[in-house]
Design a protein around this ligand. Sequence first.
Ligand SMILES: CC(C)(COP(=O)(O)OP(=O)(O)OC[C@H]1O[C@@H](n2cnc3c(N)ncnc32)[C@H](O)[C@@H]1OP(=O)(O)O)[C@@H](O)C(=O)NCCC(=O)NCCS
Length: 155
Amino acid sequence: MITELAVFEKMSDQVKISHEELERDGFCQNPFFECLIAEVSDEHRSKCGYTVVGYALYFYTYSTWKGRTVYLEDLYVMPEFRGRGIGKGLMCKVAKVGTEKKCVRLQLAVLDWNSPARDFYAAKGAQDLTDSEGWHFIRFDGPSLDNLVKEAPKD
Ligand SMILES: CC(C)(COP(=O)(O)OP(=O)(O)OC[C@H]1O[C@@H](n2cnc3c(N)ncnc32)[C@H](O)[C@@H]1OP(=O)(O)O)[C@@H](O)C(=O)NCCC(=O)NCCS
């Protein structure tokens, strides 16, 4: 489903992670992420035979202004199971798990052309920070990350 979401987002070539890395990072002593899955009974399985039909992958981050934050990295429901409350259920459960851990925010990024998802979040009361506060989403990886490491001061 990670690949299916990347295909939907028109960036499938960017999926480089392996099963081993996901297992290492999600199922170690201090996991880098947590994940909820949506599962249907065997009689309702997908046309391809799957019973796991959606997922929400999230992790914890921190705001120096507000404190504990849960970050929703991926939210995905297989096309044939959409519009039945599964996506909402996953997102609400992430919010519940986060607030039980004293998170005061749930944050995520969504592509500008993904109007259905943007409408879905807006309908649930989310604020679009790019519109309201002008934030840009910044990333260092590959050579730009290597360069930062090379320029790090010696201890
Ligand atoms: C976005 C996505 C997770 C939503 O999951 P879903 O199971 O189809 O959505 P739900 O059936 O739970 O809908 C929940 C609510 O959102 C509303 N909603 C769903 N799509 C909507 C839309 N396009 N516009 C406005 N509201 C919408 C539903 O009416 C429902 O409202 P209600 O709670 O008042 O009844 C799913 O469509 C998906 O996987 N899309 C492709 C991947 C994607 O875009 N992921 C998000 C990337 S940031």
